[in-house]
Each structure stands twice: as C-alpha cells, then as structure tokens.
Design a protein around this ligand. Structure first.
Ligand code: TGC
Ligand code: FAD
Length: 397
C-alpha cells in the first residue's frame, strides 16, 4: 500500500523497507477491520474487544515489537514499535494504549527484570495477544509521585502478601495478569510482582462514565491480603528505578502515537476545508484557515523528526529518560494543538463523532496526563538542565 499521510520532510526515506512494510500491513488491517468499530465503541463507552483483537495484533507483530524472538516475540526494533504506535493512534488512542501497555509496561518488565521461567511462561502468550496484561503503579493518593506509594508487600515464607489499591489502570478489569508495584515492609524497597487473575484477594473493577478514552478500558485493582508466590516476584526489580524504566518504553511509544493522532486531525481538517464552501469559495482559500493548517503541519513535522531520531537512539540503546520526556511532552502538545485546531476548522461538524478530531481531542487529554503529566516532564527536563529538582518542597501547613 502506498503511504498516505503527512510527510512534508520525506521522513519515509529515513525508514527501512521492513519498517515501511510493517506500517503498511498495520494500516491496512486497521482500516479494514478496526476503524469502523471505534466510533461505535467510543459513543457507547463499550471497550473494543481486545480478546478478539489481541490475537490479530499478535499475528502482525504489534505486541512487544522490540522484544527478541527467543521469547516468541517479534524481534524487531524500537523504531518499528514507534511506527506501530503511530498507526494505531491515528485510529484511536485506546488502541495505542493497549499496544504500549502490553509492550512497554507488561512485556518489558518481565523481559528486563523477570526470571528465565517468567519470560518463557508469559512473553510468548502476551506477544500472541492470547493473554492480556496491565501495569499497576498509580494509587488513589499517589499519581505523579509513585515513590510515595503505600501498597505493601510482606514476605511470608515462600509467599508475599500484598495490600493496597491501584487506580486508573489501563485494562485492569480484563487483564489476565497485572504487574503490580509494592513496597517491601522489611527493607522499604519497591518490588514488582506478577499477579494472576482469579487469585484470592485480587479484585479488578472497571472505571466508567469517562469523557475520554471511551473505546478502551481502565479500572482499579484491589489487593486485600493477596498472596503471590516468590516465583512471581520480578527478581531483578529493586527500587523505584525499575517501574520508572518501564515508563520510558511506553512514553517513547506515546511520542509516536501522539503524532499519529495529530496527523489524522490535520488530514481531516485539510480535506474538509478544501471541500467546505463559505461565502462562495472553499474555506481553505482563506488566509486565516491556511495559517491554522500550516501551524499544524509545522508542529507535526517537527514532532515526526523528534520521534524518528529518538527511535534511532533507542535502537542503539543510547536514548536517555530526559530525551524521552522531551519527545513525550512536545508531541502531546502538538497533538493537543492539532486536535483543537482541526475541531475548530470543522465548525459545528467538529463536535460530531462522524469526524475524528473531537474524539482525538478528548482522548489526548488522558494521554497528556498519563505517563507523566506535561508538568512532570517539564520538571524532569528542568532538573536535567539545571541540576536542581523542583518536584518536592518542604512546606509547613
Ligand atoms: P528519582 O529520585 O528521580 O528516581 C528514583 C530512581 O529512579 C531513577 N529514574 C529513572 N530510571 C529510568 N527511567 C526514568 N525515567 C527514571 N526516572 C528516575 C533514578 O535515577 C533513581 O535511580 P537510583 O538508582 O538512584 O535510585 O525519583 P522521584 O521519586 O524523585 O520521582 C521522580 C519523578 C517525579 C520524575 C517520577 O516519579 C515520575 O516520573 N513521576 C510520574 C509518574 C508517572 O509517569 N506515572 C505513570 C504511571 S503508568 C501510566 O500512566 C500508564 S498509561 C498507559 C497507557 O494507557 O498508555
Ligand atoms: P496528580 O499527580 O494528582 O496531579 C494533579 C495535577 O498536579 C497535575 O496537573 C500535575 O501536573 C500537577 N502536579 C503534580 N505534582 C506536581 C509538582 N511537583 N509540580 C507541579 N505540578 C504538579 N497509571 C498506571 O499506573 N497504570 C496505567 O495503566 C494507567 N493508565 C491510565 C489510563 C488513563 C486513561 C488515565 C487517565 C490515567 C492512567 N494512569 C495509569 C494514571 C496516570 O499515570 C496518572 O493519572 C498520572 O500519573 C497523574 O497522576 P494523578 O492523576 O494522580 O494526578
């Protein structure tokens, strides 16, 4: 399939044949089998059926793209993972959430911090989309500051006893396994555990009445004296660094995904303004409209270049967390701007779900907040360039 999309700087030339091939296959599949279902799912707030979609995603190598073949995974590269995220988020952010959570927040910690047995047990099934996972870091009282988490883990012989609540967890209600982060009451260190669905004391609930991400699922996890065997602890994960390193993976995917949503908004607005006539001529012929389209194009092009470069750095193992933060922050701002501007250019039709910008616009509000809010990424970058942390302060109330 010939690439259709926004590529003002011939970034296509910077991709390999294989990367372009994956993009075409993913795009063709999404356009044929997924795109139409999204609007209905969003409208009714009924999550897309990831049990049915998962195996199809798996067949196309869309899950854990960068994890090696020896664990039954696609064994591609980070750039390809990014391209997949871009394609799925062109359709809907909830699809990218599913891909990024599965790949970066569930498969990555098992691959990076898990035992050989855990890798062989879980990774092939997650890559095939036969098993769904979720990642439990955020708590009701600890979102931007996960280091203050209160979920506890207490060793009891060959088992661990987990207690606490995790909230706003993507796919929490349907997950077969949850990678859960808790503080060891004995040594105070944050540790990771794989909790399987059905275990006593493990509760999974959906959060509904969302004004965003309505085509996907998000929920809450309750851990009430929930016992997991020592063999389900991620042995190499010791401290906050472990969950934060997982975030780098997903944030990287999000940086590409956000540009996918922005590209779809731009294309929708461009086509619409060329067709829509007011005062007798297409509105695209007015200078004010052209300026808005050009502002979108400039932002998208810069965001594409950032993601592409970050992808190549990730492929070489040279990307820093701060570089990931910069791309996440910038590209979410691009997506937020493009969704709003496209919505505006569509006039009243801009609030109809018959057109994608309003759906992207509300989805992007979630993406702007999760995986580190825009503010948190500012502070991460501020700390990196000045050497002063501005996250915490002593305040006597
Ligand atoms: P701090 O002292 O900075 O760091 C503690 C240790 O971690 C290391 N570190 C990192 N390592 C790898 N990657 C990163 N991005 C890292 N950031 C920090 C750091 O070097 C240190 O290591 P060590 O060995 O010296 O101990 O920790 P802090 O408590 O001051 O927190 C810093 C802060 C605020 C940046 C961090 O807490 C943060 O990023 N907060 C944002 C929380 C967040 O993004 N939550 C996301 C939850 S998951 C989610 O939203 C999924 S949505 C999925 C979807 O649907 O797509
Ligand atoms: P808060 O941390 O309470 O922040 C509120 C406001 O205060 C924000 O504007 C923030 O920028 C600002 N703020 C906070 N601290 C500072 C500071 N030091 N300086 C200046 N401003 C500050 N979490 C998971 O663990 N797993 C998931 O799968 C997951 N999926 C999600 C899916 C969706 C759809 C959503 C919406 C969230 C999801 N989250 C998930 C949670 C997400 O990571 C958190 O919402 C996010 O980290 C922000 O935390 P909070 O909502 O508690 O906001």
């Amino acid at each position: 399939m010939v690439f259709r999309g926004v590529d003002f700087y011939n970034i296509d030339e910077l991709l390999t044949d294989e990367e372009r091939l994956v993009r075409s296959a993913v795009r063709e599949f999404l356009e044929k089998e997924v795109k139409d279902a999204v609007v209905e799912a969003w409208h009714k707030e009924e999550s897309l059926d990831f049990r049915e979609l998962g195996p199809k995603f798996g067949e196309l190598g869309m899950l854990g793209a960068f994890i090696p073949e020896e664990y039954g995974c696609p064994g591609m590269n980070y750039t390809t993972f990014g391209i997949i995220c871009q394609e799925v988020e062109r359709v809907d952010s909830a699809l990218r959430s599913f891909v990024a959570v599965t790949s970066g927040l569930v498969m990555y910690p098992i691959w990076k911090y898990g035992s050989e047995e855990q890798k062989r047990k879980y990774l092939p099934r997650l890559a095939k989309g036969e098993m769904i996972g979720c990642f439990g870091l955020t708590e009701p009282n600890h979102g931007s500051d996960p280091g203050s988490m209160t979920t506890t883990a207490r060793r009891d012989g060959d088992e661990w006893v987990l207690n606490g609540t995790k909230t706003w967890i993507t796919e929490a209600d349907i997950a077969d396994i949850a990678v859960v982060w808790a503080r060891d009451v004995d040594d105070g260190k944050i540790k990771g555990f794989i909790v399987e669905r059905g275990v006593k004391g493990f509760q999974q609930n959906a959060i509904t009445k969302k004004g965003s991400m309505r085509a996907g699922g998000v929920g809450e996890i309750g851990l009430i004296n929930c016992r997991v065997p020592e063999e389900n602890r991620l042995p190499e994960a010791l401290g906050l660094r472990a969950p934060l390193s997982c975030l780098d993976q997903a944030r990287y995917g999000i940086s590409w995904g956000a540009i996918g949503a922005a590209m779809d908004c731009y294309e929708t607005a461009l086509n619409y303004t060329k067709e829509r006539k007011q005062f007798g001529v297409p509105i695209a012929s007015y200078q004010l409209v052209q300026e808005k389209l050009v502002n979108m194009l400039i932002r998208i092009t810069k965001g594409q270049l950032l993601s592409w470069r970050l992808g190549r750095l990730m492929d070489k193992g040279k990307a820093t967390p701060e570089q990931v933060s910069l791309a996440k922050k910038n590209n979410l701002r691009v997506a937020r701007y493009c969704a709003r501007t496209a919505r505006e250019l569509l006039g009243a039709n801009g609030i109809s779900l018959d057109y994608s910008p309003i759906r992207h616009m509300t989805n992007i509000e979630s993406v702007y907040t999760y995986e580190g809010t825009d503010d948190i990424h500012t502070l991460i970058l501020g700390r990196a360039i000045t050497g002063f942390q501005a996250f915490r302060r002593e305040l006597k109330l």
